[in-house]
Design a protein around this ligand. Structure first.
Ligand SMILES: Nc1ncnc2c1ncn2[C@@H]1O[C@H](COP(=O)(O)OP(=O)(O)OP(=O)(O)O)[C@@H](O)[C@H]1O
Length: 244
């Protein structure tokens, strides 16, 4: 489906004044964030900067933030994590269908598995899948729920470099076809630039940089024009020549 302009201007997520502390230490300090419907956004930040905390708050998984800000988010939200979180005692298709009902659920599950390249693996056990295949299954489990918002917390962080590149293509392809709003947490600057149309940098409890990546897709890591975005993001992350 082609994106409609009005779809892009209506925020899917609206967050105001989110503050989160753990044991007296403030991790997020009054974060404001709008994610337009259908936008692919990446969230970068150093380890411990609060990326997962922010994602969990948007997902409604953090009960400790109650009263700490205002959040509007869509009804159908799917989350993918670094590990697939497949239940080992259920076959792949049964994992994808977990909690779904309706007489066409099985068919939708199979279609989602085919879409991520796992046709024929429906009856496999999670333990029989490679790391990349398990993450494909996790994406299928998210997709089948037709999320308006897909939250992904370093979904490719545990994969080898070649698998990661293939997964990048897959995620972008799925996004193009289904157009959920995406918030992708990553600490990989290149992953953020190649995949996202907007990159946020979380720094000292706030969104320190909000950068639009105005380049056509598919993007390649080798594209020289992406270098200027990389420089700006590395500078926002405080990575200087001495660190490289
Ligand atoms: N449930 C919790 N209890 C106590 N401290 C927590 C909890 N969750 C997060 N923190 C702390 O909040 C800070 C931010 O953690 P968070 O996991 O959000 O960072 P992150 O940017 O996602 O890091 P990484 O890139 O390493 O995953 C860390 O210092 C962490 O120890």
């Amino acid at each position: 489906m082609a994106p409609h302009t009005e779809q892009l201007t209506r925020p899917a997520v609206r967050l105001r004044g989110l503050t989160r502390s753990f044991a007296g230490r403030t991790v997020l300090e009054g974060v404001d964030l709008d994610l337009p419907a259908g936008q692919f956004t990446a969230l970068l930040g150093h380890s411990g900067s609060g990326k997962s905390t922010l994602l969990r708050a948007i997902a409604g998984l953090d009960h400790g933030v109650a009263g700490g800000g205002q959040l509007t988010a869509p009804e159908r939200v799917s989350v993918v994590f670094q590990d697939s979180r497949l239940l080992p005692w259920r076959r792949v298709l049964d994992n994808v269908l977990l909690g779904l009902d309706g007489k066409d659920a099985g068919e939708r599950g199979r279609a989602a598995l085919a879409e991520v390249g796992l046709a024929g693996r429906e009856r496999a056990w999670p333990g029989e899948l490679s790391g990349g295949e398990a993450q494909r299954a996790a994406l299928a489990r998210s997709l089948v729920r037709e999320p308006e918002l897909l939250l992904a917390d370093e979904p490719f962080g545990a994969l080898d470099a070649l698998t990661r590149i293939r997964m990048h293509h897959l995620l972008r392809e799925l996004w193009t076809r289904h157009r959920p709003s995406v918030l992708l947490v990553t600490h990989d600057v290149d992953e953020a630039i190649v995949l996202a149309d907007r990159v946020l940098v979380l720094d000292r409890g706030r969104i320190g940089l909000d950068l639009t990546i105005d380049r056509p897709h598919p993007r390649s890591y080798r594209e020289p024009l992406l270098g200027e975005y990389r420089e700006r993001l590395l500078a926002a992350l405080g990575v200087t020549e001495d660190h490289r």
